[in-house]
Design a binder for this molecule. Structure first.
Ligand code: NAD
Length: 477
């Protein structure tokens, strides 16, 4: 692959039965910073999907029966191939997703770190009984065909970190990236196509119709889905008919709790990136920030000062720190939340600058203590708009932080580690960070509580999510 250049228009194909194929229909992909068409990807139709699913099913028994060390050898090479092409994939990510090149490179670096760790996962065997009468063991066995569905905010990380545990465990996989951002994911598919027997790993792209077709398909045994809570509910309904196994990584409305024993300026600079990185389009971004009264004003002013230094623009320009919103629908959603805040007369602490269209640029916006029932507090904004809220007591802020249908992550900023530990255990969130944010590890379970998800990925759960137990008991004479 060429190094670092992204020269539109690009044409990517899908990985079907071991080959890159163009598909009979194509769909356009645009750059959210310019709204120009930058490439095309296949728009998989029903017949093509049927062929893909038949291949995935047919490839399963032989892959399941392949010794795990051979499977490990194959998956271990994915990270190396991505790394060798990292500059070109990063440029593609910037072009289709909008994030700046530094963040695009960081997404790839994070991905390869996860892939390497996942390739080392061991398949445990538990001996339940080893007596004169019998021996009983419980194995973890693959589920069959796994459908992996991913969103547009981290188009390669969230898609490709589903792949290695599933393949290593002996499943076959069909990956479907988001329709808005298929280019980088399919470029990686082309890189790794030769690592696996035909049908073991397939990567397909399509329009809005493809996700529902895939999740309802009778050949799918397991759906590993990352996306919004609204879509997650539909996926769960679709899975019911054949009792498909599910992992759902869904939306969040993550609270950050800033206690008054911290340096407000230092904390504000950290919270700023926890909220505004990737233009706020991170499931685990801080989306509501509760600040204890005595430092509220100092914190607010420091956050505004941090925001004022940041350039919003085309991610391909070297001085851009925050890129555009990835797509028009999301751009309109965020605009609507700002308009709602204005219509209700809430105070704006900061309204930054952003280039005028045609790209989906959104000024960084900070709201000064809107009420708890404001839409910008209740809803997941998934954009660069942040409400700051005043609190007085620990009990009060925990109750307000938990007063949501979501339960993805939360952050606590304090110097008092006893308090931090106590508060962390009372927060209804799958992940809690203390004095840092957005740190994920391949060794730590990551999943949402309440309507932020079902099941988890990574850590011990990486394997549990793609296998089920099989107990084999043998009677001895
Ligand atoms: P989305 O739910 O609209 O789409 C996600 C994926 O699902 C896409 O590939 C889409 O094509 C597909 N899809 C859409 N409708 C479908 C259906 N009916 N059946 C099956 N598949 C369908 O989400 P999005 O807008 O792409 O992403 C943003 C959302 O994702 C935010 O809510 C964010 O918080 C969430 N998210 C969660 C995590 C996490 O790990 N918990 C990570 C990133 C993003």
């Amino acid at each position: 692959m060429a190094d670092g250049a992204f020269t539109p228009p690009v044409r990517v194909d899908m990985l079907v039965c071991g080959k890159m194929v163009p598909g009979t229909a194509r769909m356009e992909v645009i750059n959210p910073a310019t709204t120009e068409v930058i490439g095309t990807a296949p728009r998989c139709n029903r017949d093509e999907l049927e062929a893909v699913m038949a291949e995935a099913r047919a490839a399963f028994p032989a892959w399941r029966d392949t010794p795990i060390e051979e499977r490990r050898k194959a998956v271990a090479q994915i990270a190396d191939l991505i790394e060798a092409a990292a500059e070109e994939i990063a440029a593609t990510l910037t072009a289709e997703q909008g994030k700046n090149l530094t963040f695009a490179r960081a997404e790839l670096a994070s991905l390869t770190r996860f892939l390497r760790a996942q390739a080392g996962i061991e398949m445990p065997v538990v001996v339940n009984e080893d007596s004169e009468e019998r021996i009983s063991k419980t194995y973890r066995v693959p589920l069959g065909v796994v459908a992996a569905i991913s969103p547009w905010n981290f188009p390669v990380l969230l898609a490709w970190w589903k792949i290695v545990p599933a393949l290593l465990a002996g499943n076959t996989v069909v990956l479907k990236p988001a329709p808005q951002t298929p280019l980088a994911a399919l470029k990686i598919a082309a890189l790794v196509a030769d690592l696996f027997p035909a049908g073991v790993l397939q990567v397909i792209s399509g329009g809005d119709e493809l996700g529902p077709w895939l999740t309802a398909h009778p050949e799918v045994d397991k759906i590993s889905f990352t996306g919004s809570t609204a879509t997650g509910r539909k996926v769960m309904e679709g899975a019911g008919a054949s009792l498909k196994r599910l992992t759902l990584e869904l939306g969040g409305n993550d609270p950050a709790l800033v206690f008054d024993d911290v340096d407000p300026v230092k904390a504000a600079n950290k919270v700023f990136w926890a909220a505004f990185a990737n233009a706020g389009q991170i499931c685990i971004a801080s989306k509501r920030v509760y600040v204890q009264r005595s430092i509220y004003e100092a914190f607010r002013d420091a956050l505004v000062a941090a925001a004022a230094q940041v350039k919003v623009g085309n991610g391909a320009e070297p001085d851009t720190l925050v890129g555009p919103i990835q797509n028009k629908a999301q751009f309109e959603r965020v605009k609507d939340l700002i308009a709602d805040s204005r219509a209700h007369g809430y105070t704006f602490a900061f309204e930054g600058e952003a280039p005028q269209g045609p790209g989906f640029f959104m000024p960084l916006t900070i709201l000064d203590n809107p009420p708890d029932d404001a839409r910008i507090v209740r809803e997941e904004q998934f954009g660069p708009v942040l409400p700051l809220l005043v609190f007085d007591t620990e009990d009060e802020v925990i109750a307000r932080a938990n007063d949501t249908e979501y339960g993805l992550a939360a952050t606590i900023w304090t110097e008092d580690m006893t308090r931090a530990e106590r508060v962390s255990r009372r927060l209804e969130a799958g992940t809690v960070w203390i004095n840092e944010a957005i740190y994920l590890s391949p060794d730590a379970a990551f999943g949402g509580r309440k309507q932020s998800g079902l099941g988890a990925e990574h850590g011990a759960d990486a394997l549990l999510a793609v296998t089920e137990p099989q107990t084999v008991t043998m009677k001895r004479n």
